[in-house]
Design a protein around this ligand. Structure first.
Ligand SMILES: Cc1cc2nc3c(=O)[nH]c(=O)nc-3n(C[C@H](O)[C@H](O)[C@H](O)COP(=O)(O)OP(=O)(O)OC[C@H]3O[C@@H](n4cnc5c(N)ncnc54)[C@H](O)[C@@H]3O)c2cc1C
Length: 385
């Protein structure tokens, strides 16, 4: 792996090794450009490896974000087979609890016929039989998207970064913080905290939830907010298998894919209970490759960087709601963590050029794993040296 000797001059320097940064580096090196990827940690350790690992075009509304999600699915499929990393086509089931939710999901399945993101409506009985642990008293139907994918994000980014650094014209500089980026007349200079300087024709900054180290002034009053999410791992002593990844009916009131359809059909579904809304709780249950249950999540928005402190109240609310959806699970928490991303509230992405040769990309919100690869491919495709 070429992490020992670094050149001083590159075509492109990418700062941040999360999903946005790693894929920008990957596509830059695919174009044959000499690329340097700089990451603060040994491997990325922030939102991109703390998530569910779900790649869910089903949650994206038709249009540019769904197109990016579908493009991302193709990218992951090709890359995971090259890297030997498991990619599972787990599919997603969005549950209905009330009769109105079931009617809405049925209508949505009809509206989606012929869509590149096919979906099948399952009635209450079919839904209950589709999974080991669903509570018959909770489920009145579901919408099943068979194409949604899942991978282990930590394993994936380690393998991807090792591979691009080993096999190509891309250097990886871990455990290094970029502290300044300056544009000169014909190139850019990046300085690192350990006093080194690197030069490139273009610099792409994908610093995730760190809006303070580089170009802090660009993010002020720019519609970018932080979002902290809480997650849990719960035990699976009887080695049960969920079958698909499962979303609660709250998803129908959160994701644009469902909100837009409600709007078009003149439907308004009941909002979740006030305490769930207050903490932005929506329930997803998935299983990782070790068959452990991953349960989340909450959304706490702020204008200032949040701490990593976690709330026992939020954890209890998540578990209490999940207990209504599932039976036969013991809900013993074996791990808990939080993750932070940034979200640009208007366009769903913060993409700015503070100089001709410098780009800042963050604020992709909760869809970074699903759409990041497609977005990076598109963005690098538009860049010329
Ligand atoms: C709990 C949770 C669950 C989620 N689930 C999903 C999901 O299932 N599906 C989905 O599509 N999305 C999901 N998301 C959203 C997704 O994880 C994010 O959109 C995405 O990870 C953001 O990627 P990023 O590259 O912008 O940021 P990050 O992953 O935060 O990466 C930024 C990187 O930049 C590095 N960095 C920052 N500043 C510097 C610097 N100055 N010098 C060097 N390095 C620097 C950091 O160390 C970090 O590694 C989830 C998010 C969370 C928190």
């Amino acid at each position: 792996m070429s992490t020992q000797t670094y050149q001083r001059n590159y075509d492109v320097i990418v700062i941040g090794g999360g999903v946005l940064g790693a894929f920008h580096a990957y596509f830059a090196m695919q174009r044959g450009w000499k690329t340097l990827l700089i990451e603060r940690d040994i491997f990325p350790q922030q939102a991109s490896v703390r998530n569910f690992g779900l790649i869910i075009p089903s949650a994206m509304p038709p249009g540019i974000w769904r197109d990016r999600a579908l493009a991302s699915c193709d990218i992951y499929e090709e890359l995971t087979s090259q890297l030997g990393v498991p990619l599972r086509r787990v599919g997603t089931q969005y549950l209905a609890h009330t009769a109105a939710e079931a009617r809405f999901l049925k209508q949505m399945s009809i509206a989606m016929q012929g869509s590149p993101c096919p979906a099948e409506f399952l009635n209450a009985e079919e839904t209950i039989h589709s999974s080991c642990c669903l509570n018959p008293e909770f489920c009145s139907g579901s919408l099943y998207f068979p194409q949604d994918l899942q991978l282990d994000p930590d394993q994936f980014f380690r393998e991807l970064i090792n591979w691009i650094a080993c096999t190509s014209d891309c250097d990886y500089l871990p455990k290094t913080t970029a502290v300044s980026v300056r544009e000169r007349s014909s190139h850019c200079q990046v300085k690192t905290a350990d006093g080194r300087a690197f030069h490139a024709e273009h610099v792409i900054v994908c610093s995730g939830a760190d809006l303070q180290t580089l170009f802090p002034e660009e993010y002020i009053e720019r519609n970018v907010q932080y979002c902290k999410l809480q997650m849990l791992k719960i035990s699976n002593p009887e080695n049960r298998t969920l079958g698909t990844s499962i979303a609660s009916p709250i998803a129908l009131t959160r994701y644009p894919a469902f909100l837009n359809t409600q709007f078009l059909q003149g439907i308004t579904l009941d909002a979740p209970a006030a305490e769930l809304q207050e903490h932005g709780i929506q329930i997803w249950m998935t299983q990782n490759q070790h068959n452990e249950f991953i349960l989340g999540d909450s959304h706490a928005y702020s204008v200032d960087p949040p701490t990593e402190r976690m709330s026992a109240e939020v954890e209890e609310l998540i578990i209490n709601y999940a207990r209504k959806m599932f039976v036969k699970l013991d809900f013993q928490v074996t791990d808990r963590w939080c993750g932070i991303y940034t979200e640009e509230k208007a366009a769903g992405l913060f993409h700015k050029q503070p100089g001709e040769r410098i780009q800042l990309l963050t604020g992709i919100g909760g869809k970074g794993m699903t759409t990041g690869p497609g977005l990076a491919k598109e963005n690098i495709g538009q860049l010329s040296l």
